[in-house]
Design a binder for this molecule. Structure first.
Ligand code: HAM
Length: 429
């Protein structure tokens, strides 16, 4: 028997309401902050990610699904969403439009990771990117938006962590100090950290091994080795976050797993869990567009994993609206009634009323069970007697009351009874 590949999952109908709930909140939020949706291809040239995410990163070294296509091109299933959006920004000449360009996406992401709770080989992200503005107010707005998203979903007990990892001016000197510090500990480092020491020094701070973590605690901090411009930017960010009333902590070990960041980095995590279960992460990436051949363009963004949000919604027992159920089940008994029932079903659907009906003869009991199982509020019962009288019996399954209604009046009657009952989603709820 075939099964879904390891690290992937089917999202069954009963879980779709979670996705729908999150999607609706994201849509409202995006509109509120002025973001427009963008969709990019599921695969891109491998070089796009190698160049931007960085050669020394876990994603590029161990996790990309790269394949050779039939014309010999090296293609990679999207392991993150920022580089494709920047590629699209350049390709479609968005630099000539009023800046910043604010884009958001909802996309499957592929990383060959070791599967565990909340860690998949295919997961889905909502991502937001604001391209063309350097001011730290935009970083704060981005963080505020991420925070508002989780608040609107009803998630509680989250923490916001920020850091500044400097820029191409101040980072080399800081990395020199970090290297010097870790060289003194070389004999005690894990195998991966020995490689990181030479290839990707900053990631030493991010090692998840318990034996290495104490070293990070005693290491020099990037935020205290910033050039004046980065220092000023980080100060502005904190000032803006304070003005927005956001509570945050500065985490000197927060460096992120992708190489394109500079200045601001941030993560939002469930309070009682570590960095393994991060809900959202992002930061500033002022060098990425130029790295891809565009003009030097500042940018900032974040992304959040939908599967992790769903996990937390379930963990925190948050009440999620049901997906709208069919309004009515048209039950029939006998061949003549079947014809009238199908015509009635078609007419109701033409009137935008969600309707179920069986084509195969079933007992009334079985049809009522189907109606109940599907969550229909109403059942219309048509038998030979009803056909002769030109009516049907409309039963309200909630109140068990029933009445005879003419077939012509059914749509209007149902519209009157159900109007105003649709659920609305409010980001401020
Ligand atoms: P990231 O931190 O690698 O950042 O991923 C963003 C979010 O995706 C994480 O916070 C987490 O919720 C979710 N996620 C990551 N890996 C997995 C996984 N294996 N299984 C389930 N969920 C996962 C980025 O990808 C950047 N592109 C974010 C960004 C946007 N930075 C600037 N703009």
């Amino acid at each position: 028997m075939f099964q879904a590949p390891r690290g992937t999952q089917d999202i069954l109908p009963e879980d779709q309401r979670f996705i729908h709930f999150i999607q609706e909140k994201v849509k409202v939020l995006a509109h509120l902050y002025g973001y427009y949706r963008i969709d990019t291809p599921t695969f891109e040239e491998a070089g796009l990610f190698v160049r931007t995410v960085g050669e020394g990163t876990d994603i590029v070294e161990k996790e990309m699904y790269t394949f050779t296509d039939l014309s010999g091109g090296q293609m990679t299933l999207r392991p993150e969403g920022t580089a494709p959006v920047c590629r699209a920004y350049i390709e479609h000449g968005m630099a000539s439009l009023a800046q910043p360009i604010k884009l958001y996406y909802h996309a499957p992401i592929f990383r060959y990771e070791r599967p565990q709770a909340g860690r998949f080989r295919q997961h889905h992200q909502f991502g937001f990117e604001a391209i063309g503005e350097a001011d730290a107010s935009l970083d704060a707005e981005m963080i505020d938006m991420a925070w508002r998203l989780f608040a609107s979903l009803g998630l509680q007990s989250l923490t916001l962590q920020i850091n500044s990892i400097g820029c191409s001016q101040c980072r080399p000197a800081y990395l020199g100090k970090l290297k010097e510090y870790y060289r003194g500990l070389n004999a005690e480092l894990c195998g991966d950290c020995k490689v990181r020491l030479e290839k990707n020094t900053l990631r030493l701070l991010d090692c998840k091994k318990t034996t290495c973590q104490p070293f990070a605690d005693g290491s020099p901090h990037s935020a205290t080795h910033l050039c004046s411009e980065c220092d000023e930017h980080f100060g502005q960010l904190r000032k803006n976050l304070n003005a927005l009333g956001l509570t945050y902590s500065i985490n000197p070990r927060l460096v992120r797993g992708l190489d394109y960041y500079n200045k601001t980095v941030f993560e939002i995590q469930p309070a009682d869990e570590g960095g393994q279960s991060t809900l959202a992460g992002g930061g500033r990436y002022d060098g990425l567009i130029a790295e891809l051949g565009g003009h030097s363009t500042p940018a900032v963004g974040f992304a959040t994993g939908i599967e992790r949000i769903v996990l937390n919604l379930k963990k925190q027992n948050i009440c999620i609206p049901e997906i709208a159920k069919p309004v009515i089940y048209v039950a029939w008994l006998g061949e003549v009634a079947r014809e009238v029932a199908i015509k009635t079903t078609v007419a109701l659907r033409r009137n935008s009323i969600s309707t179920l009906c069986t084509y195969t003869p079933r007992s009334l009991k079985s049809q009522l069970r189907q109606a109940d199982g599907a969550g229909c509020r109403y059942v219309a019962i048509i038998g030979e007697d009803e056909v002769t009288r030109g009516v049907l019996t409309l039963r309200d399954l909630d109140t068990a009351q029933q009445e005879a209604v003419t077939i012509e009046r059914l749509a209007e009657e149902l519209t009157n009874r159900t109007s105003g009952s649709e659920k609305r989603f409010d980001v401020n709820a």
